[in-house]
Write a protein that binds this ligand. Structure first.
Ligand SMILES: NC(=O)c1ccc[n+]([C@@H]2O[C@H](COP(=O)([O-])OP(=O)(O)OC[C@H]3O[C@@H](n4cnc5c(N)ncnc54)[C@H](O)[C@@H]3O)[C@@H](O)[C@H]2O)c1
Length: 400
């Protein structure tokens, strides 16, 4: 397999432009193409105008057609609309015009790589390259390998990802890949907890959310709590990923999207982007300093010094899901999960460090408590690794 030198990026939107820039930055030849010519021109001129002096501006070009974009590419990265039928048709057509040896990659954040690989007609040369937003800054790339992938192709792609100074983590294809797979149960469970607390105590949902977000902030687990996070990501976007994971696991009751999450979407409470999510906002900026969370009276919300919420309720879900990812053989090593959550989700601590700090036995006991209390709800069924892992990791957890 040839070393990857020339790359085409198709789609010059948020992700495509960022990916092209990340590749150009390290001296590779990049051709960018988008059906929207105006957007394409803007993306290329923005990248050139921000280029450092030692970078050769000739190395990034915009292609006038898809044929021109891909004609001598070693790797083609697709970053078009998130729609499986459209992506499958795109790759089927691409197979007819791209050179035989070219590797195809999709930047999908949730769709089936195997389905696209089959549609492309070259399943052995197809891979998922899940860059995170903003691609120029975020170091993580989940390298998603579908069934029947060629190890040779994986090695060439991994080397290329290393060459653009990103951290590539190999992930055997599975719904949600790694970071979203672990993030979603946190958000989903946060909405189940919110729902329960509102119903039981008739509390104001914003007060409950603030208590929980304050607890996460105080314990320094994430940069922000789950409701702050979902308001930034978009509640509709998050809900779509919960559905993809639920469908991907054949509607397993373990992954049923929280009804309250759907309620927010139905009400049009989508997050910061439309000034109402779990909290209220005044303008659409994502920066919490410029656009603080407000309550229903328009008052700025103050995070609590002494929140009453015990984060273990939600942390248990994170750790359980991480153990499942390891148990299912999606990653080679538990450190890959730590990398994904620290670099992709920007967690301050990865789930295995959390488990080590809190105590695997303490988290296991919490899950068993919730499992029994809920009448054996599969959401809380502990992974088998709670028993096996401390032995397998040779003292890792005991060293805390
Ligand atoms: N936005 C994110 O945070 C994020 C993060 C990771 C992955 N992704 C994935 O990256 C992909 C792109 O997302 P985005 O946010 O950049 O979308 P976007 O809407 O900003 O950009 C998509 C671009 O693709 C172009 N396009 C559509 N069909 C095309 C075609 N057939 N040929 C050429 N260009 C075409 C559109 O004109 C548009 O400019 C999606 O699969 C998305 O799931 C997005």
């Amino acid at each position: 397999m040839k070393t990857i030198q020339k790359v085409s990026v198709i789609g010059a939107g948020i992700m495509g432009a960022g990916i092209a820039n990340s590749i150009f930055k390290y001296g590779f030849e990049v051709k960018l193409f988008d059906l929207n010519k105006e957007l394409l021109e803007k993306a290329v001129s923005d990248i050139k105008s921000k280029a450092r002096r030692k970078m050769d501006p000739e190395k990034i070009t915009m292609a006038a057609s898809l044929e021109e974009a891909v004609k001598d590419a070693d790797l083609i990265i697709e970053a078009i609309i998130e729609d499986l039928d459209i992506k499958c048709k795109f790759f089927k057509d691409l197979d007819g015009i791209a050179p035989e040896g070219t590797v195809f990659a999709s930047n999908t954040s949730s769709l089936s790589i195997s389905t696209m690989a089959q549609a492309s007609g070259r399943p052995d040369r197809f891979i998922g390259l899940h860059f995170f937003n903003p691609a120029i800054i975020m170091r993580l790339v989940e390298i998603v390998v579908p069934k029947g992938f060629s190890p040779e192709v994986y090695t060439a792609v991994k080397e290329f990802i290393d060459n653009i100074k990103k951290t590539g983590v190999k992930c055997i294809e599975s719904p949600g890949f790694i970071a979203n797979r672990i993030l979603i149960p946190l958000i989903n469970e946060a909405f189940y907890v919110l729902d329960e607390k509102i119903k039981v105590s008739n509390a104001d949902p914003i007060d409950v959310a603030n208590d929980i977000d304050s607890a996460f902030l105080k314990e320094g687990i994430l940069l922000m709590g789950p409701y702050d996070l979902v308001d930034i990501t978009g509640i509709d976007t998050t809900y779509k990923v919960t559905q993809v994971i639920y469908e991907g696991f054949n509607r397993s009751p373990r992954y049923i999207p929280a009804p309250l999450l759907k309620n927010y979407v139905d009400k049009g409470w989508l997050g910061r982007k439309n000034n109402r999510g779990v909290y209220y906002y005044e303008n659409q900026a994502n920066d919490p300093d410029l656009n603080p969370c407000l309550n229903g009276k328009g008052e700025k919300i103050r995070r609590l010094e002494d929140p009453g919420f015990q984060t273990i309720e939600l942390v248990a879900s994170i750790v359980n899901e991480s153990f499942r990812v390891l148990e299912e053989g999606i990653v080679d090593d538990f450190n890959d999960i730590e990398l994904c959550m620290e670099l992709g989700a920007r967690w301050l601590k990865g789930p295995f460090v959390l488990a080590r700090n809190i105590g695997v036995d303490v988290i296991h006991a919490e899950l068993k408590r919730k499992y029994e209390k809920s009448g054996n709800n599969p959401r809380y069924e502990p992974s088998g690794l709670f028993v096996e892992l401390p032995g397998q990791l040779k003292g890792y957890f005991a060293e805390a």
